[in-house]
Design a binder for this molecule. Structure first.
Ligand code: AMP
Ligand code: MG
Length: 396
């Protein structure tokens, strides 16, 4: 693959390595950097330790052209990032009077005196540039080291996001995209069988396009990625080839979700939908109504959990419930979904994850038995997805 401009992210803080705080800053920066044309190659997480921070900055700055660091810019003794950056730059620290003035002004606005230790935040490397931070006390700092432009940002996510958008993104925008990705989404196909069925396409595009698979419950997404010149076209051709093989197995692309796709199909046909759910406990109704505008096709649903509710609310014959059990094809036909979500309630004949799904329309009723995997919430979520996929296939 072609060489493209790469970025790295270093997040700094003891709390990120003790299970205390989830590193959301890296994820935010990854998306932001990719949108500005950068390929993010690596994250590093380091403790609040001068040597650890300095060596991480030095190593990263030799591998990439843009390095964003977050955290360790506070006023307390555990905030060491600027001292470490100075050490990486092989220079000392200086007191920046503009930073002192800006911190003082912030305290004055709050009507509080500035504690003396806040002056520590004004100690910045002698080499480099201070970028004003109007949303907090910590300064943003920039310097060039080895191959990389290095920016140091505060760790507080609210400040980091604002500063990235308002102060950094214009300076680092490449003005073109380096990386193109697409996700083609399927439901109910195993990843190995999916890969096998597209092996010739993978081989055909291997020089330009990277293929990946992502399984989420019963969903399987084929991810394609290309970098550098011609990447956008390469992705389009590969996606067209995949559609040629997989056809209607692909329910959607990228941000599209199954309930939305089903809703659009229903609108296109002028059809309406009603649900009678058991083991999915209203989840299918929830997913359908998460989509704005669902009232155009979704009439309503009934969650009939106990046998008495199945017979009283939906008129499922009590003798049927006795004869075949609540989890059965016959009961599903009278309902829509019924199954064993677990963890208890399974049997040899109908283990946890056994689900019957019925679809009734103008041209009759069909019932399918599925064996789904997962814990209780997994079985329920997969039931909803499989159900919507069966409906989609029927509507096509
Ligand atoms: P600092 O700039 O190190 O003083 O960080 C201030 C606060 O921001 C920390 O106490 C954390 O709660 C939060 N924080 C720091 N780094 C991250 C990160 N990578 N992701 C999410 N939150 C963070
Ligand atoms: Mg910190």
């Amino acid at each position: 693959m072609e060489k493209v401009k790469t970025a790295e992210v270093i997040v700094i803080g003891d709390e990120l390595l003790s299970g205390e705080t989830t590193d959301t800053n890296s994820t935010y920066l990854d998306a932001g950097l990719e949108a500005l044309g950068w390929m993010v190659r690596r994250h590093t997480t380091v403790l609040d330790d001068v040597d650890a921070i300095a060596s991480a900055i030095k190593a990263s700055s030799k591998r990439c052209q843009l390095l964003l660091c977050s955290g360790g810019l506070g006023p307390t003794i555990d905030d060491l990032t600027l001292a470490a950056f100075a050490s990486a730059l092989n220079c000392g620290l200086r007191k920046d009077e503009s930073v002192v003035a800006s911190i003082q002004a912030k305290f004055e606005k709050l009507g509080r005196p500035m504690p003396p230790n806040n002056e520590r935040q004004a100690m910045v490397p002698e080499i480099g540039e201070v970028i004003d931070n109007p949303v907090g006390t910590a300064p943003v700092f920039f310097a060039h080291l080895n191959d990389a432009d290095v920016y140091v940002l505060p760790g507080v996510p609210r400040e980091l996001k604002w500063l990235f958008k308002e102060k950094i993104s214009d300076r680092i925008n490449l003005g073109y995209r380096n990386v193109f990705r697409r996700s083609l989404k399927t439901v109910g196909r195993g990843e190995s069988s999916l890969e096998y069925s597209i092996r010739n396409i993978i081989a055909k595009h291997k020089d330009k396009v990277q293929f990946g698979f992502r399984a989420i419950g019963v969903e399987n997404h084929i991810k394609i990625m290309a970098m550098g010149s011609g990447a956008e076209d390469a992705i389009q051709v590969a996606a067209d080839d995949l559609r040629g093989i997989l056809g209607d197995s692909i329910y959607g692309v990228d941000q599209e979700i199954l309930p939305e796709v089903v809703g659009e199909l229903l609108i296109g046909r002028g059809d309406t939908l009603a649900l009678a759910e058991s083991c999915s406990g209203g989840l299918i109704a929830k997913q359908l109504t998460d989509v704005a505008g669902a009232s155009a096709y979704f009439l309503g649903g009934c969650v009939s959990y106990a046998n008495s509710a199945k017979s009283e609310l939906l008129g499922v014959c009590e003798s049927l419930l006795k004869r075949d059990g609540a989890v059965s094809a016959a009961v599903a036909e009278a309902l829509a979904t019924t199954g064993v979500a677990g963890p208890s309630g399974g049997s040899a004949e109908k283990p946890v994850g056994t689900v019957f799904i019925a679809l009734a329309g103008p041209d009759g009723t069909t019932v399918e038995r599925k064996q789904l995997i997962g814990n209780r919430s997994g079985v329920r979520e997969n039931t909803a997805l499989v159900c919507l996929e069966l409906l989609r296939q029927k509507l096509l």
